[in-house]
Design a protein around this ligand. Sequence first.
Ligand SMILES: Cc1ncc(COP(=O)(O)O)c(C=O)c1O
Length: 482
Amino acid sequence: MSVKFYIPENQVPLEMHKVRVVQKLNLLPVSERMKAIQDAGNNTFLLQNRDIYMDMITDSGVNAMSDKQVAAMNVADDSYAGSETFNRLKAAVREVFGVDNVLPAHQGRAAENILAETFVKPGTFALMNFHFTTTKAHITRLGGEVIELIDKKGLIPQSDDPFKGNFDLKKLRSTIKEKTPDKIAFVRVESGTNLIGGQPVSLENMLAVCDICHEAGIPSVLDASLLQDNIYFMKIREPRCKYMSTQSIYQLLASRFDIIYFSARKLGFSRGGFIISTDRKWTDMMMEFVPLYEGFLTYGGMEVRSIEAAAQGLLESLDMDYISQGPEFIAYLAKELDDYGVPVIKPAGGLGCHLNCSEIVPDIPHDQYPAAAVGAAVFIAGGIRGMERGTMSEQREPDGTERFAELELLRLAVPRRVFTLSQIKYCADRVKWVWDNRKLIGGLRWTQEPRVLRFFFGRMEEIGYWQEELVAKFKKDFGDSL
Ligand SMILES: Cc1ncc(COP(=O)(O)O)c(C=O)c1O
């Protein structure tokens, strides 16, 4: 029984684990950091890890494993079909979600592919609180359309609503009526809404969405990739959840949603992806796609060691001592920055701290990619790699016009159980320096722009010479050697 108190706003976060394996980091001098980001086409995805001091691009597949996960990996049963490893995974899913029907996929987006192949037909609609990049790409690839129905508070950076990922239930009802239920492939709730700052959805809102879907005969789907953070927020922000166990929340959700899928790179501190369902009928509908795209039903394209780690990791996702660590470090970083005046998304969510770049560099227009520009500046300032979550992460309209993002964010992800508090403080310090010198930051333009998922491998260059000016200012403030 742990005696830790979970009030992130008022205390220094306390890790309920110790570090026993370490990895050496490298911190390049500032001129070399500028060269590295320019060589990477100002796209943080194209940086080399050896050039990075703090890798805050994602929380996906980079969470630290526990001693128990590493131990579990050593007893993996490596058979093509019917492995004991998969049985152990099923037992963990039963323990956490109370569900028996499990399909494996090699990662979250592969699960999305199977879901889309099963339900999306040309001319159908997928309703969701907010899209995720890969989710949307799979739906539109098959001729479906994504409709976002997030409550408007979710898109107001200054709103301190505790559940900014909530659906607008009125709009959900009217959209179902307008589009008609037979044209709706499914309704998807994304827990811990990724692209708007890891913002949670309340239990009440999730259950209301399930009720509406049930009434209309539309499949309800939960993307549970960020559910562990979401459950932490339910426990500390939603009165009805305070005295519920984490397990009872997972199980209540599983009993109400038709289908739950997740990336085990996040939920499970491992790799891979899974699709689960209380009712066998949904599993049967999706099953045939698993051997077609992934691999046999008991490994789904995953290495069995990762399945063992996911099974143990899922059990750890029940433990508030573990699931509090990420959100509490993020809350600490967000508060440090907010107190200094740096615009961040509030309240702090899961996944990472999100800088509101529209306010940091208000003069850089959407089509000069303000969030990517701030991302390059943060890398130059500290060797810190964030991820653009703004217009660069959008896809152009079919006619080639830019689709401007609702929010221009730079995400500084906090992988779970990875960083020390002094590294988080270093990050805050360098972001404050970028804020102090924000007037020097300029825009970016494409030199190579891929048609699909351009944020992964597109390349850009600075407009003018603002990066050289930033480096000169950095040297003036900190000296040549840093
Ligand atoms: C909410 C959400 N859904 C789906 C995915 C896709 O998962 P994966 O990266 O394992 O393909 C992610 C990954 O970041 C995610 O955050």
